[in-house]
Write a protein that binds this ligand. Structure first.
Ligand SMILES: CC(C)=CCC/C(C)=C/CC/C(C)=C/CC/C(C)=C/COP(=O)(O)OP(=O)(O)O
Ligand SMILES: O=P(O)(O)OC[C@@H](O)CO
Ligand SMILES: [Mg+2]
Length: 232
């Protein structure tokens, strides 16, 4: 995940170039409260180096950029704020239709990680309790029944504790749609734990921002995990 507020062009170019040797499946571009509107520059830099798909991860309709490939159309189903469940989407709908972006309807679930996150503050919603896998499972089930095509469990940017393997497994056992897990995944071990518990995709932001050498480690974990699944 690339946060437009945090990337610096030279460092971004170097990082994206490294993904030709240590591949990632997607680039997510976004942030909850973006102050530097440089989505287009970030996406152009990615395109210069590779053809890996770019998916927007937006906090509000101002973050829509038609130069990406797709957008996570998040509905904040862990919260009870109608604006982030449907209100922002009504505002964004005509723009999205015109953009030609592939729309990925996503059940977005914030999970408590011990400290208040920007997303929780900005959306005025409470996250799901960290130690209540069943609440997450019922939320995901309802989201899937409502037609959402992905579930995203997010402990929040730089979370001290990621979403627990128990919660990932509980969600895995009740939905068929792909599960995305992010927030605080800053080591190969944590990535492996999430994959083993049932995550289909892991999102890493701060970990690689702080230590770009994490990229090759995570790419290897992902490849080995996928190979082990194919062989089993
Ligand atoms: C309908 C459209 C296009 C947008 C609304 C989308 C909704 C409902 C979003 C839910 C609430 C929200 C603010 C989500 C932000 C998700 C996000 C991009 C998180 C990653 O940003 P962080 O890195 O955690 O944030 P900071 O870097 O700002 O701390
Ligand atoms: O920056 P990190 O902690 O990797 O979190 C990524 C993303 O899930 C945050 O919304
Ligand atoms: Mg961020």
């Amino acid at each position: 995940m690339l946060d437009p507020d945090k990337v610096e062009q030279d460092a971004l170019s170097a990082l994206v170039a490294r993904t030709t040797e240590h591949p990632v499946n997607f680039f997510l571009v976004g942030g909850s409260l973006v102050t530097d509107y440089v989505h287009q520059e970030v996406i152009a830099t990615i395109r210069r180096h590779c053809d890996t798909p770019v998916i927007l991860f937006p906090g509000n309709p101002l973050h829509i950029d038609a130069s990406a490939d797709a957008i996570l159309l998040l509905s904040l189903i862990s919260g009870r704020n109608p604006d982030f469940l449907i209100g922002q989407h009504v505002i964004a709908a005509p723009l999205l239709k015109k953009s030609g972006l592939e729309i990925l309807p996503t059940g977005y679930m914030l999970v408590d990680s011990g400290t208040q996150t920007t997303v929780s503050y900005v959306s005025g919603t409470m996250p799901l309790p960290h130690d209540k896998p069943n609440v997450a499972a019922c939320t995901a089930m309802a989201g899937e029944m409502l037609g959402l095509k992905l579930m995203y469990l997010d402990a929040g940017s730089g979370a001290r504790r990621p979403v627990s393997p128990e919660m990932i497994a509980a969600v895995r056992s009740v939905v068929d749609v792909p599960i995305v897990v992010g927030g605080g995944i800053n080591s190969g071990e944590k990535a492996y734990e999430a994959l083993k518990a049932g995550a289909d995709m892991i999102v890493v932001g701060n970990g690689i921002e702080q230590d770009p050498d994490l990229l090759p480690q995570l790419s290897t974990v992902m490849r080995e995990f996928n190979q082990s699944v194919v062989q089993a």
